[in-house]
Design a protein around this ligand. Structure first.
Ligand SMILES: C[S@@+](CC[C@H](N)C(=O)[O-])C[C@H]1O[C@@H](n2cnc3c(N)ncnc32)[C@H](O)[C@@H]1O
Length: 322
């Protein structure tokens, strides 16, 4: 395997985003992308192994069983770009299936350099794959990956792990619509989506008995302390997972145990918290079959095939850019 990384430029964006989110008048919030620093990426790997979090194992079962069938439906030659690849453990199954047909350029697109470094280790023994990773936000990275393809090559975009569900409300549909504009007709999207399931299964998946998801969530405050010299007292914020029935989403929040003020001296700002007030840190939307079909058409794709894992409730969707 050949491997290269296109690194990111340093950015002051986190300070701006944190201040904007904590200044929201109704509901304080922080962008979920900041959950994934080195500690957060490592904790996410542990979450994927927790008994309560069946999502990753369900998707892995689909890919283990159907990778050849998925790959056989793609036009070739194909270049693969993956949004929020994480460590690429599941992706290996698709890349191995592709290697029956061709040598493959694979472009993981990640904001977490830790995840990208782990991915390079994970995939180092697949000879027929050349990895050029982009330490970028999803769409910036996808534009760069798309610009590298040569005439005649098709693009397969992977968006696994139900990460699309982390976009709030209509933002997921809008994201897919913009994504589609970067593709050419006939390109493909393989989209992993967690399906609607009982609340008594969902809540433990985001509030496990070992407290790993709680640590993942609270690490966001620890990160802000580390990177922006803020003074969040972690013992004064508790992890909460709630089900929003109207939006069919699990929401993670950090709830203030007391009345308190937090300061970010580098930005010369303070934020006041009332007892029980929360910071909304992540949503994980759960999909119905009808919604997935609507979403595909709304964003300019034609649904081609779907593979469902019934015991957990997860769907892998292959859509073609119309
Ligand atoms: C829920 S994890 C999924 C990881 C992997 N795809 C899987 O299925 O297990 C989301 C991944 O997307 C990355 N990520 C989050 N927001 C991002 C953004 N705006 N741009 C690029 N990567 C992002 C995170 O670092 C993380 O590795």
């Amino acid at each position: 395997m050949q491997s290269q990384l296109v690194p990111n430029l340093p950015s002051i964006q986190i300070a701006t985003d944190v201040c904007a989110g904590l200044n929201q008048p109704q509901q304080k919030q922080l962008p979920s992308k900041y959950l994934y620093d080195a500690v957060g990426s490592a904790l996410f790997e542990v979450i994927c192994a927790l008994p309560e979090y069946g999502l990753t194992r369900a998707e892995e079962r689909i890919l283990r069983q159907h990778a050849n069938e998925i790959v056989d439906q793609l036009p070739r030659p194909v270049v693969v770009a993956e949004l929020g690849s994480g460590t690429g453990r599941k992706t290996r199954l698709l890349l191995e299936a592709l290697s029956r047909w061709q040598s493959t350029w694979y472009h993981p697109i990640e904001i977490s350099p830790t995840a990208l470094a782990e991915l390079r280790r994970e995939l180092r023994d697949i000879n027929s794959v050349s990895v050029v990773g982009f330490e970028r936000e999803y769409l910036d990275g996808l534009r760069e990956a798309a610009a590298r393809r040569v005439q005649g090559e098709h693009l397969l975009v992977l968006f696994l792990g139900s990460t699309l569900g982390n976009f709030d409300g209509d933002a997921g549909a809008e994201f897919l619509r913009v994504l589609r504009t970067i593709l050419q007709p006939g390109d493909s999207l393989l989209l992993g989506t967690d399906l609607i399931k009982p609340v008594n299964v969902l809540i433990p998946a985001y509030d496990d008995s070992l407290g790993v998801t709680a640590a993942f969530n609270r690490n966001l405050l620890a990160r802000i302390n580390r990177e922006l010299r803020a003074d969040f007292d972690l013992s004064q914020f508790e992890h909460v997972a709630l089900f929003n029935k109207e939006l069919q989403s699990v929401e993670m929040h950090l709830r203030s145990r007391t009345r308190q003020t937090v300061t970010i001296p580098d930005s010369a700002v303070s934020f006041h918290f009332e007892p029980q007030e929360t910071i909304w840190t992540e949503s994980s939307h759960k999909y119905s079959q009808e919604e997935l079909v609507r979403l595909a058409h709304h964003s300019g794709f034609t649904p081609r095939s779907q593979w469902v894992e019934p015991s957990w409730g997860f769907a892998e969707n292959l859509w073609i850019a119309a």
